[in-house]
Write a protein that binds this ligand. Structure first.
Ligand SMILES: CC(C)(COP(=O)(O)OP(=O)(O)OC[C@H]1O[C@@H](n2cnc3c(N)ncnc32)[C@H](O)[C@@H]1OP(=O)(O)O)[C@@H](O)C(=O)NCCC(=O)NCCS
Length: 190
């Protein structure tokens, strides 16, 4: 692997982070929303990161390669007081850096951080059922599939299943068993 540094988002340049998100979203149709929907402009991206920083227990890390962020992970604690022991994870690797272990690295670093964050107990994520690279990565990291949300995502007239996965990050406690078997096939057009 090329030499790298792990950096907090707060120590990265916002335009470089935004460029990384643009690259990930432009090179993958696996996300449930487009970048334009999530962050219409760089100002909304900056506002969301500022909000994230205010959330106790939030984790936002980047792998920096050759002075540029090449992968990110965000673990965002849920807001309601009764859900603050749970968090949602999302991550991405720049197109040019995929397949070289960066995804595994940033996920592991993020989860190691979550394990020593006393507020966090459960990390959830949603992934499209046909996102084989991501599901392989999450399973290797110990995430358990909980259920399949049939026809969760619609792109034009084609429906895709989603998989809800979770990992318990309390040391010594295992994630719960799957409630439903996970079918990885996509459902076809309506
Ligand atoms: C999914 C993603 C994060 C993987 O990152 P990556 O750096 O390419 O993955 P790594 O090189 O670290 O590989 C780690 C594991 O992921 C899986 N994986 C990665 N690429 C894969 C591929 N093309 N096909 C199948 N499995 C793959 C494997 O299990 C691999 O482990 P192995 O090398 O022991 O087989 C990256 O492809 C990405 O950013 N995709 C677009 C955004 C996205 O889908 N984000 C997740 C949304 S839920």
């Amino acid at each position: 692997m090329k030499p790298y540094q792990i950096k907090e988002f707060v120590d990265c340049r916002i335009d470089e982070l935004h460029a990384l998100f643009r690259d990930v979203y432009a090179s993958s149709n696996m996300m449930s929303e487009t970048l334009a929907e999530k962050y219409p402009d760089i100002a909304s991206f900056a506002r969301d990161l500022a909000t994230l920083r205010q959330l106790p227990g939030a984790i936002a890390l980047a792998v920096v390669i050759a002075h540029r962020p090449g992968a990110y992970v965000i673990i965002r604690p849920r807001r309601p007081s009764r859900l603050q022991h749970t968090a949602d994870l999302n991550m991405g690797v720049a197109r040019r850096e995929r397949g070289q272990g960066l995804g595994r690295l940033i996920l592991q670093v993020g989860l190691d951080r979550a394990r020593v964050e006393p507020r966090l107990e459960i990390v959830y994520l949603m992934v499209r059922a046909d996102n084989t690279p991501a599901i392989g990565l999450y399973e290797q990291a110990g995430f358990t599939p909980l259920c399949v949300l049939h026809r969760d995502i619609r792109i034009n007239e084609t429906y895709f299943d989603g998989v809800l996965m979770r990992l318990c990050v309390v040391p010594g406690m295992a994630s719960s068993s799957p409630m439903d078997p996970v079918a990885r096939a996509t459902s076809g057009p309506a």
